[in-house]
Ligand binder design. Structure first.
Ligand code: IMP
Ligand code: MG
Length: 454
């Protein structure tokens, strides 16, 4: 029996298909019939994230499901845990929990670090206010991330999950609203009845969530020592890290995998870290992406490239291996999982292998990424997987013929893939220096081809 200890982190700007891969990892763990538990842990960010998945309800029907506040393991019936650096939205979390309770009898264990901060209504309002004041808009998801992490750093205006579920909540909230008074009134948040409204809103939620408060670092040790499976789920992507991303167009949390391991108290050496790379990068919101190409819009439209949280149209670019190589070493990736290879079929794929910055060629990601002009490798790559639609992001619309074509590749393995795609993978392995261990060719669970590096 193998204990599955894996972390998934996106190498670009999010929306890479982590949800699907985490779901497959959970399935692998659960198929071991070793009577061990499986936990999926989120370690940063908040409901700015959106993990889109398809799940079977209790009648066996495939339905779309998006988690924002809860780890995606919820829909795989795994145990779930929320780490101390997460911006925890209790209302959304409870709604998502109730949704899966309705869909099927979810009865996994739920753990929320007592250290996680609680995202409040005023964080969202302050986010909108701050964004409205910006000349150079970040294009945030307006879910309150900036103001939330400002409160974390400020300390006395942070409401932890421990505070939230304790009988100190009223006192704490009053003191926080008092300390934030100037800011709230500047943002136009009316103090009349605001305290009472928040208290009333949260009273039933607090009661329901109280049993989930945990000293999470100890629980994680127990999972580890008992041989249980632990899957760490990143959110957003390395390009959006508050310190290592494309400043200022980043989110407000630390999202490198080392941060996840550290905040959960888990040992790096025990874990396999998988960088998740959608074969073409996308960005939603502002900020540079050197390989952006409007010519990819049609492909993106076919692939359903709309933000899961904000429904905004994402922007697409060519594979950027300069960016990926940096993200891979920043996260200390052991393997890379390539996703959405089906979406690029029949397109002459260009690969960025250098940048031109101020008339100098470089293979390093410069701090001012907007100054970088992408330089493409001479050799391009093209492959044809099947006739018909390139990608159908809604697996319900995929007909049996396409399903069977996907299934054949999966069964016959990597060698059966078209030469152009295999050549891309080989080129990528050499350039990036971290082997690709799987290639996803469809959105549904299991539509992933293993390479020889598994
Ligand atoms: P914030 O995290 O809402 O503050 O947004 C900051 C930037 O990160 C914006 O460009 C957002 O579009 C982007 N962003 C935040 N969360 C996600 C995500 O889950 N996927 C992709 N982009 C995201
Ligand atoms: Mg997403």
């Amino acid at each position: 029996m193998v204990q599955i200890l894996e972390g998934y982190v996106c190498l670009y700007w999010g929306d890479s298909g982590k949800g699907k891969l985490v779901d497959e990892a959970v399935e692998r763990a659960q198929q071991q019939s070793d009577r061990k538990r499986t936990v999926v842990v989120r370690f940063q960010g908040g409901p700015n994230a959106g993990h889109s998945m398809y799940v079977r309800n209790s009648k066996g029907i495939l339905v779309p499901f998006i988690t924002h506040a809860a780890p995606s393991g919820l829909v795989s019936r795994a145990d779930i845990a929320v780490g101390p650096q997460v911006a925890f939205d209790p209302e959304k979390f409870l709604n998502e929990l109730n949704e899966v309770r309705d869909l099927f009898d979810y009865d996994g264990r739920i753990m929320v670090s007592e250290r996680a901060g609680v995202l409040m209504d005023y964080h969202r309002q302050l986010d909108a206010w701050q964004e409205s004041l910006r000349t150079n808009k970040i294009g945030t998801t307006l879910s309150g991330m900036g103001p939330f992490y400002m409160d974390n750093a400020r300390r006395d205006t942070r409401i932890t999950f421990a505070d939230y579920v304790s009988d100190k909540f009223h006192e704490k909230l009053a003191s926080v609203l008092d300390l934030k008074q100037l800011e709230l009134s500047a943002a136009g948040i009316s103090p009349i009845d605001y305290f009472d409204e928040l208290i009333a809103l949260h009273k039933p939620i607090r009661k329901e969530l109280k049993p989930f408060a945990e000293r999470l670092e100890y629980r994680m040790q127990e999972y580890l020592e008992k041989g249980n499976h632990i899957i760490i789920e990143g959110a957003q992507g390395t390009g959006l890290d508050v310190d290592m991303g494309t400043i200022d167009d980043v989110t407000s949390s630390h999202l490198l995998m080392s941060e996840g391991l550290a905040s959960l108290g888990l040992p790096r050496k025990a874990f396999k870290i998988v960088g998740v790379e959608k074969i073409y990068p996308t960005r939603v919101g502002n900020g540079p992406m050197p390989t952006l190409d409007r010519g990819l819009e049609e492909m993106g439209e076919n692939a359903g490239e709309y933000g899961a949280t904000t429904k905004r149209r994402r922007r697409e670019g060519w594979p950027d291996l300069v960016f990926v190589r940096r993200s891979a070493f920043l996260n200390d990736c052991d393997r890379i999982a390539l996703t959405r290879a089906d979406c690029l079929q029949d397109i002459e794929v260009k690969v960025c292998t250098a940048y031109l910055v101020n008339e100098t060629f470089t293979e390093e990601v410069p701090f001012y990424l907007k100054d970088a002009k992408s330089i493409y490798n001479e050799e391009t790559f093209k492959w044809h997987l099947w006739d018909g639609p390139r990608d159908i992001s809604d697996p319900k619309l995929v007909d049996d013929e396409l399903k069977s074509k996907r299934a054949a590749y999966i069964e016959q393995g990597f060698e059966s893939l078209p030469t152009g795609l295999k050549d891309f993978v080989k080129f990528h392995n050499i350039f990036v220096g971290v082997p690709i261990d799987r290639v996803s060719i469809g959105p549904a669970r299991g539509e992933t081809v293993q390479t020889n590096y598994h």
